[in-house]
Design a protein around this ligand. Sequence first.
Ligand SMILES: Nc1ncnc2c1ncn2[C@@H]1O[C@H](COP(=O)(O)OP(=O)(O)OP(=O)(O)O)[C@@H](O)[C@H]1O
Ligand SMILES: [Mg+2]
Length: 499
Amino acid sequence: MQTEKPLMTVRGIDKQFPGTKALQEVSLDIFQREIHAICGENGAGKSTLMNILSGSLMPDKGKIYLNGEKIHINNPKDAQKYGISIVHQELSLCPHLNVAENIFIGRLPRLSGDRVDFKTMEKETKAILDRFHTHIKPRTLVKDLSVSQQQIVEIAKAITLNCKILILDEPTSALTESESWNLFKILEELKNNGIAILYISHRIKEIFQISQRITVLRDGRHVTTRLTSEVTPDDVVSYMVGRELDNIYPYKGNPSEKVILKVNNLTRKGVYSKISFELYRGEILGIFGLMGAGRTEMARGLCGIDPVDDGNVTMFGKTIPLNNIRSSIDSGLVYVPEDRKLLGLFLPMNLCENLVAANLKAVSRFGLVDRKSQSVYTREMLEKLNVKYRNLYQSVSSLSGGNQQKVLLAKWLAVKPKVLILDEPTRGIDVGAKSEIHHILRRMANDGYGVVVISSELPEILGICNRILVMHEGKLVAQLTSENATEENIMRYASGRAS
Ligand SMILES: Nc1ncnc2c1ncn2[C@@H]1O[C@H](COP(=O)(O)OP(=O)(O)OP(=O)(O)O)[C@@H](O)[C@H]1O
Ligand SMILES: [Mg+2]
């Protein structure tokens, strides 16, 4: 590979945002027929670099060559012209158009008389989607798709654009394991057809499964580019954080017999039924399930966000009224959502405003928000979670993805919860920050908070939870302790292959 001429050469790229040097002197060679992983902690500059290559951002300095010729990528249309497509970290489809229209937007096939050729469009859309083995229909409106289905449509759209260089910015963060596998097979195929793929992911395991080379960025600088076969995951992690990381998962402690939360026969007709479990003091309880298992729905019902039909919930022996979000929050039962963009944060608002939004009382005096205590408090929380930020008044949207996720967690810690149900709390978060969050959750459990974690990442569930509940098609099919749980038997229960 190295004896070949690079398809694309990137030299000396700088990018300054107000107050942040996002990229400094970054150079990179990209070859045909390679999956080239880009790794780095949250805020390292990965998305910024990809946005420059795909024309969404202009660099301050630096040169880009394609097949040895200097090119100027001034906007996304230029990038498309050069065969560069990108799937952005945050979803960007038009919710009110259907799947086929989204895929063909801006280049609808025409019949005579300039009529749109819907038949061809839908046929081609179906052919692409079939490669992903999904049941998504070309005519479904994008707003009716789940996050993971939308992600698949984004990827499908990028690969139809006749691309030579495909950039994927954390494509699997919203995908299930089997959807990820399908994606990897497709990427392999694209690679063999000569396409260069730039692949950003925080999941080190998948990077080692699919990439041939790995580039690591740290604090906006290029640290190294290595052949994947010549490094270990530990090497990559230490390049990323600039130090050795040991003891990735915290010690699991000794849970007591004391019941914090008791859920009895919680049921929502047609979605989940007869869910019963207990949460003990000092434990982290994991909930695992595949897409459609009903985990998120059950958690939302439990916390009073969505209606439930039957069941009862007690916390520290006291009954919590169902179907009443106010009384859930007042009792300290809190759900931290998965989708930070849609449900959790006010992106255009600043860090202070977001952090105190859930608990204005804590920073108010005589009914007015006290600015000083607001900023003292915000700074304290951001430092506790090690958020990388410039100042308290920058918008949340100007933070990197992983740092946004930490702000979301900080926001809910602000309401001083007693029981937290966290839905995919480390999605899109780098290894260092992930480990910090695991330790924070463990400290909370040891301090007597109830901690329930919904996660699709088996190593995470096994690594931090004392017990694991497995859901399948709206039912609780297994309760395992961390001693008798393995990736294999959890998957067997989750896919309905064991009873
Ligand atoms: N529009 C913007 N305005 C100001 N600062 C920005 C903007 N976009 C990114 N930054 C800053 O530039 C730096 C690099 O951000 P970038 O999004 O490239 O990181 P990343 O490596 O993709 O991180 P993550 O893994 O969290 O997605 C961060 O410090 C971020 O806060
Ligand atoms: Mg990013």
